[in-house]
Design a protein around this ligand. Structure first.
Ligand SMILES: C[S@@+](CC[C@H](N)C(=O)[O-])C[C@H]1O[C@@H](n2cnc3c(N)ncnc32)[C@H](O)[C@@H]1O
Length: 355
């Protein structure tokens, strides 16, 4: 577990359990840097760790819902939303006519009908909040609660029945799935009270695709989507489209893909870094965009491209840099046979060395 207390995340590919080891390697190499760009920010864990370490942090992610989470943890320095205010956002306010986009379109897919109604009301009340700090807190607690209530914490399948029809046995976390929004909000509001802080720096969150992100920093952390050698690839958009929809509530209905059983919401569906054939050329472009920065890439050894491919690319793009490939060890929760050979790696390119 990390030495530093970090927000809990249930996000696919989160580096929460690895971030202290990643940081140790960066320190061990003696990399000098004052600013960090976390181009594929996700939960914001690497950004948050860098914030704790006093760096100027720039967080980026292609999805608005992630950027809102990033803004709460990285840009904001306090939480202004109380638990009572959070719960009140679940209730209809007199004199307001509410839309029911989620209830109308997603019955039986991700959440129960009464939860869908709560989501519809909560989002519309949140969008009416004037205080931007409270608004970000409200988004944060809703997104985290929605993730936690889903089987596998994902949205790529219309498998509400896996949750409602669960009858015990080896799989699942029925108790967590059935926890009410009211209950989960308590936990996440407490988390925000605990984790929001000021590191005295002018931190920034952007919401661009990695190749369109024009920000620069002394150190660029690249933690892209990952292609496993075995099995088909499920994109981040496919995994989390529902949350991206909630972040664009007014646009949901115009973007529902009715051909798909899970009614995928096609907002911000991009192929960038999500297709095997174009992944390496895109990574090359990204590394070349950051000519003068230290580059730290996270990847796994059972993926395609291979760690060697990524190392070769770094050497080609940074001919004057020293390139390190570091095995961080095994990942995975259960030590299954396949996990014994699966490792997380860092490929680091640097031009400033301690000695
Ligand atoms: C492996 S995850 C990063 C996890 C993150 N380091 C953490 O600890 O939570 C990859 C992230 O890249 C984002 N993403 C996918 N395609 C992207 C693109 N083209 N540009 C920027 N971000 C992208 C996804 O939304 C996802 O959050």
């Amino acid at each position: 577990m990390p030495e530093i207390n970090l927000p809990i995340t249930r996000y696919y590919g989160s580096k929460r359990k690895l971030v202290d080891r990643i940081w140790n390697e960066i320190e061990r190499l003696g990399l000098e840097f004052d600013s960090v760009l976390d181009v594929f920010g996700g939960t914001g864990i690497f950004s948050y760790y860098s914030k704790i370490k006093g760096k100027r942090v720039i967080y980026n992610d292609i999805f608005l819902f992630n950027s809102l989470i990033g803004k709460k943890l990285i840009e904001n320095v306090t939480n202004n939303l109380t638990y009572n205010e959070a719960v009140e956002l679940l209730l209809q306010q007199p004199g307001i006519v509410y839309d029911n986009v989620i209830q109308r379109n997603f019955s039986g897919i991700y959440f129960t009908d009464s939860e869908n109604q709560q989501i519809d009301i909560f989002i519309q009340n949140t969008n009416r909040l004037i205080d931007p700090n409270k608004k970000l807190s409200a988004y944060y607690i809703l997104f985290q609660s929605c993730i936690i209530k889903r089987p596998y914490n994902l949205f790529h399948r219309n498998n509400l029945n896996m949750r409602t029809g669960y009858t015990g046995g080896g799989f699942g976390n029925k108790t967590t799935w059935e926890r009410s929004f009211e209950d989960l909000f308590l936990r996440f509001i407490q988390e925000l009270d605990e984790f929001t802080f000021d590191n005295g720096r002018d931190n920034l969150v952007t919401n661009d695709s990695a190749l369109n992100c024009t920000e620069v920093a002394d150190l660029v952390y690249i933690d892209p989507p990952y292609f496993s050698l075995n099995g088909s690839h499920t994109t981040y958009h496919s995994k989390y489209h529902f949350l991206e929809g909630l972040a664009h509530y007014e646009d949901i209905e115009a973007h529902i893909n009715s051909q798909k059983k899970n009614k995928q919401i096609e907002i911000n569906n991009s192929n960038e870094f999500e297709q095997g054939a174009t992944f390496l050329p895109q990574l090359e472009k990204l590394i070349l965009m950051h000519q003068h920065s230290h580059i730290v890439i996270s990847y796994r050894n059972n993926g395609k491209p291979s760690i060697k491919d990524i190392e070769d690319l770094m050497v080609k793009c940074k001919p004057n840099y020293k390139v390190y490939t570091i095995n961080l060890g095994m990942y995975g929760y259960a030590l299954s046979k396949s996990n014994l050979t699966n490792s997380e790696f860092l490929v680091i390119g640097t031009n400033h060395l301690k000695e």
